[in-house]
Design a protein around this ligand. Structure first.
Ligand code: DAH
Length: 339
């Protein structure tokens, strides 16, 4: 019996287990009810009385050694699982995802870039404006419907303080401030009191252009806009100018480009006309020049204004205006590779 105990003691001290399963098999082999240690305890009653003390001590020693060993192995396993989760210094770092530029920013930059090649530089004006800069200087009659409460957001019921409804307001600021020649682009956000839907929003973005010098003609305007359309939408793009009306330009026009989806053949996007409207323009009304302190007998000029959302829709076929301001990453991520 003593030999058997000593043999088991040696065995137990050298136990190794490769995984939790092996460890469990060892536990059953030595420590379960029918295991080696228990069966020795069962045999204990056959030990001669004079040996009982010595064998009893040995048996307890074996039992403790087996328990200690199994616990030690168990701790080694849970320890290694733990350290796995902590820090593995050899692991490569998670890639950091770079943000993307907003599609409206991409298009705005492209517009600015195109016009910068023909000498336009940028100026900005305030979003909160007064009536004179937004309407008065730009030849809007006092009763003009655009001043109506329906369209314009007024600040604190004061009819003279409002959110600009168009970036043409920056025209009045620059003309009142600077001597011609003026060749400027005014990008910015504008606000209108509209119900929000897929096709209208209470705020959107425009880029306005203004060129004032001696002898500026409608042909100059047309040339600049044709250059822009071809740069923006491709060399095959054609333009057409339709007569229109704006209080601050005379004559006024709206510009269409040949539909960039069907190439002018006619599709549902261009309502089967082959043309899509992209901006308003015209020769600066002499009244506007005079309102801003520029001599209309010496100077003339042209102006144009376009919606950045509109151009972006045409370039990327974004159907719902609201997507531009919802900040849904699934939408924004798609512009990752653009520029
Ligand atoms: N301000 C006009 C609008 O918001 C757009 C516009 C039309 C601007 C003609 C111009 C222009 O400079 O000449 O609808």
């Amino acid at each position: 019996m003593k030999d058997r105990i000593n043999q088991l003691l040696q065995e137990v001290n050298q136990l190794v287990a490769a995984n939790q399963e092996e460890l469990e098999t060892l536990r059953i082999k030595y420590l379960s009810k029918k295991g080696e240690v228990s069966s020795l305890f069962n045999d204990f009653r056959h030990v001669a009385n004079e040996e009982k003390r010595e064998v009893g001590q040995l048996l307890n020693e074996l039992k403790n050694a087996a328990q200690d060993k199994i616990t030690e192995l168990k701790e080694a396993f849970s320890g290694s699982a733990d350290s796995d989760q902590k820090t593995d210094l050899t692991r490569s770092a998670d890639p950091v995802k770079l943000g993307t530029r907003h599609p409206l920013s991409l298009v705005k930059r492209e517009i600015i870039d195109i016009f910068s090649h023909i000498g336009f530089t940028i100026a900005e004006g305030p979003e909160i404006e007064d009536d004179w800069h937004v309407f008065g200087a730009l030849n809007f009659a006092p009763e003009h419907p655009a001043r109506d409460m329906q369209d314009t957001f007024f600040i604190e019921q004061n009819p003279d303080v409002l959110l600009r409804t168009h970036t043409s307001s920056v025209q009045s600021r620059i003309m009142a401030d600077q001597e011609p020649p003026i060749r400027k682009l005014f990008p910015g956000r504008v606000f209108r009191n509209e119900a929000i839907s897929a096709r209208a929003h209470c705020f959107f973005h425009q880029v306005e252009g203004l060129y004032i010098d001696k002898d500026v003609s409608f042909a100059d305007l047309k040339q600049a806009l044709m250059y822009f359309a071809k740069e923006m939408f491709g060399a095959k793009t054609e333009i057409r100018l339709r007569p229109s009306y704006f209080p601050f330009t005379e004559p006024s026009a709206e510009m269409d480009i040949s539909c960039n989806l069907c190439g002018g053949k006619g599709c549902s996007f261009c309502k089967h006309t082959g043309w899509v409207e992209i901006l308003g323009c015209g020769m600066v009304d002499p009244n506007v020049l005079e309102n801003c302190g520029i001599d209309s007998n010496v100077y003339s000029g042209y102006a144009f204004g376009m919606g950045v959302e509109r151009i972006t829709n045409l370039k990327y076929q974004v159907k719902d205006l609201r997507m531009f301001s919802e900040n849904d990453v699934r939408f924004l991520e798609q512009f990752e590779s653009a520029h």
